[in-house]
Write a protein that binds this ligand. Sequence first.
Ligand SMILES: *Cc1c(COP(=O)(O)O)cnc(C)c1O
Length: 231
Amino acid sequence: MASTPHQIADNYQQVCERAARAAEAAGRNPADVTVVGVTKYVDLAQTESLYKAGCRDLGESRPQSLWDKAGAWSTPDVRWHLIGHLQRNKVRRTLPFVSLLHSLDSLRLAETINAEAELIDRVVDALVEVNVSGDVSKHGFAPESVETFLQQVATLPHLRVRGLMCMAALEGDTEVARANFASLRQLRDDLSPNLPATVALTELSMGMSGDFETAIEQGATIVRVGSSLFA
Ligand SMILES: *Cc1c(COP(=O)(O)O)cnc(C)c1O
């Protein structure tokens, strides 16, 4: 994808306006929705254009791309989000760059992150990825396993769960996406009364270019938008 800085700024503004309108339509405060600009399709120059357009939350799905971009470009006020699967052997190189990990998907990964974060004296913020659609190709916990995982992760002092993340079904229309997003929110509501003290489920990361307005309607606090910004 190749877009001019001007197009990128225009696209970003439009996505932010659409997100704000979706929040208002749902009776929510637009300030409670963060747009993460997903830069996995583009090079550093276009990523910088998005930053200059005002986007301070940037997302990559591959750890290697996160290292390359965040490492080549020291911009203190960018918050980098890792939105794709993180292998345990890539945790050490990834942690210094990442503000929020959206893809916490196993206890073994949580334990590795906790150990590595302790070494660099950090507490890492993360979202628990939930496979609400049941697609076999997807990472993430089955909804019924999340409660047990939260009890386990609560014992790891260098990892702090801030919420839940999901993707809508690969196959499906807006109604399917809406049902998937509603089930993530319902899971959050069901778990919230009995959370361990160190766990919060404040954030719901759900919605991409094709369905972010539906996700906001269903309570998303973070949407992850890529292709709409660089079309
Ligand atoms: C690529 C990606 C996105 C962005 O998708 P678009 O449809 O391009 O907006 C969001 N979330 C995840 C996990 C992704 O891998």
